[in-house]
Design a protein around this ligand. Structure first.
Ligand code: 4NP
Length: 166
């Protein structure tokens, strides 16, 4: 539910991946940085989570934090699992791939709330044919850098979309 605060509207954005230690915390921080640069942090609530509980409470993967640092950011997020409440609280939920989107269904308290869920790649400014932000967990630091480049474009597209949201 969008929160009306006297003169402005708070847009609530949630990034969702599997473990909440690689892709979604990086997306969360990239998006927060862009919102911050626009001086609009008070207009957004931004968070991330995972569909699985494997890493709950853990800091982001060291490679996620390394890539963030390379790009002047600091990822401080601790992993958490998605809950039914997230579907009520957030306006937009961004799934990193179709499998995650399908997994999210079991957490949605009402199936209509899945209307708030979008694939992250839909916002890729490069107009990618792939629908996935690839899972870099079993990969190398280069895979994390590629995920960063994809998320950088997708968060640009998402921010444009959010700025047009009523
Ligand atoms: P993420 O990556 O979903 O982008 O956080 C993964 C993290 C952990 C695992 C898989 C993917 N895992 O199997 O533990």
């Amino acid at each position: 539910m969008r929160l009306f605060c006297f003169f402005w509207i708070v847009k609530r954005i949630l990034f969702v991946c599997l473990g909440n230690i690689c892709r979604s915390p990086l997306a969360e921080e990239l998006f927060r940085e862009k919102v911050k640069r626009l001086g609009k942090l008070d207009e957004f609530e931004i968070d991330s989570c995972g569909t699985e509980s494997y890493h709950v409470g853990e800091m982001a993967d060291p490679r996620t934090r390394e890539v963030a640092t390379e790009n002047g950011m600091n990822v401080q997020h601790h992993a958490r699992q998605i809950s039914a409440h997230d579907f009520q609280k957030y306006d937009l939920l961004l799934a990193m791939d179709k499998l995650i989107l399908e997994e999210m269904r079991q957490f949605a308290p009402l199936h209509q709330l899945m209307d708030k869920v979008f694939l992250m790649r839909q916002f890729d400014t490069k107009g990618s044919t792939s629908q996935r932000v690839p899972d870099p967990y079993m990969g190398s630091i280069q895979d994390f850098r590629e995920v960063y480049r994809i998320l950088d474009r997708c968060t640009d597209g998402l921010l444009d979309y959010c700025l047009q949201m009523k």
